[in-house]
Design a protein around this ligand. Structure first.
Ligand SMILES: Nc1nc2c(ncn2[C@@H]2O[C@H](COP(=O)(O)OP(=O)(O)O)[C@@H](O)[C@H]2O)c(=O)[nH]1
Ligand SMILES: [Mg+2]
Length: 343
């Protein structure tokens, strides 16, 4: 198969061609310099999708939920792109999200695209290019882009925080506490999910989570709208009278797809709440700021590694002997690396 320059893939991606999407995603993941202009073009064309981040500790049921969620969103005829950074959790016996989707009701559905990003290193260092993969799927016309990421570690949490709607998944059976608290991700939730609510111990997890929220670790909601009998907790579906969005708690289960339609409603409710309150602009600005800093960090780390044994080593020696302070050395470093310049 002949190598197609990345720039030539742009038109294919914009036309929604799966092969072009797959190739460009691979290059984004590899961090191929050649793909840079194409990825820049993707960023310019992106911005229409609603990006949903699904996060939670390993084994909390994220992949299972994402597959169900994607199927439910498909029923409203929207196309769904999925980027999963947790391709095979040890808890799921290595079953990856892509397999679930292919084997499930979405198998062969051209309206769903799943990409599992490899993680780097044993500690699951975040795959480079995850947010660029989101841009690619956004530019390719997927109306909803779901990002599954483990809510452990700064990089992974940063990816979740680049979403418009952040769903934090907690589950029974993973220890005594609400794991999301330990991971420090409870407060980033726009929507809380307690998964595996078919388990008898799920009620305790729901109660614990609500207690935590009542104690001010995030905010619970008390407004109920059209609450089906099956729903274990109240939910707000876009109420214009609310002063601000209050994260609902939704109980879900893979048994009978419980709570999944409500989760879709909550995501859509959050999306319209962001639009109605104008908060979407604030959030977009925050995401832009984070992405700028993140990209800057990446460039710095890349350049640092490239010159580690060259210009950087003398500076390191001076620092080691305390001839210069870290701040001064860093200022010189930035200067000498000519970051952003042509050198
Ligand atoms: N009982 C029950 N088990 C579930 C449910 N959802 C997921 N699991 C199980 O929990 C384990 C972890 O699920 P997975 O989706 O891979 O979690 P992830 O690591 O957060 O992506 C698997 O063994 C699943 O079969 C559920 O709704 N009910
Ligand atoms: Mg998973």
């Amino acid at each position: 198969m002949a190598y197609v320059p990345s720039q030539e893939l742009v038109a294919g991606v914009l036309a929604g061609e799966v092969r072009a999407i797959a190739r460009l995603l691979t290059r984004a993941e590899m961090g191929a310099a050649e793909a840079r202009p194409a990825l820049d073009a993707m960023f310019r064309h992106a911005g229409r999708a609603h990006v949903v981040g699904i996060t939670g500790v390993p084994g909390s049921g994220k992949s299972t939920l994402v597959a169900l969620l994607a199927a439910a969103i498909r029923r409203s005829d929207r196309r769904v792109g999925i980027v999963a950074i947790d391709p095979s959790s040890p808890f799921s016996g290595g079953a990856i999200l892509g397999d679930r989707i292919r084997m499930g009701e979405l198998g062969g559905d051209p309206g769903v695209y799943v990409r599992s990003m490899a993680t780097r290193g044993a500690l699951g260092g975040l795959a480079r290019g995850t947010l660029e993969a989101v841009d690619v799927l956004d530019a390719a016309g997927y109306e909803v882009v779901i990002v599954e990421t483990v809510g452990v570690g700064q990089d992974e949490v940063d990816v979740a925080r680049a979403a418009h709607t952040i769903v934090v998944v907690s589950a029974p059976g993973l220890g005594d506490d609400i794991q999301a608290i330990k991971a420090g991700i409870l407060e980033i939730a726009d929507i809380h999910v307690v998964s595996k609510c078919d388990r008898p111990d799920a009620n305790r997890t729901i109660a614990d989570l609500k207690n935590m929220l009542a104690m001010g670790m995030g905010s619970d909601t008390t407004v109920v709208e059209r609450r089906p009998a099956a729903l274990a907790s109240p939910i707000v579906v876009s109420d214009p009278n609310l002063p601000a969005w209050r994260p609902p708690v939704i109980a879900t289960s893979m048994v009978g797809d419980q709570g999944v339609a409500l989760l879709v409603a909550a995501i859509d409710g959050h999306k319209s709440a962001l639009a109605q309150s104008g908060e979407i602009e604030t959030r977009r600005a925050l995401i832009a700021e984070r992405r700028l800093l993140k990209a800057g960090e990446e460039i710095l780390r890349d350049e640092f590694a490239r010159h580690r044994d060259g210009k950087v080593s003398a500076l390191l020696d001076q620092l080691k002997s305390r001839a210069v302070s870290p701040r001064t050395a860093a200022a010189r470093l930035l200067h000498e690396l000519h970051i952003g310049g042509d050198s």
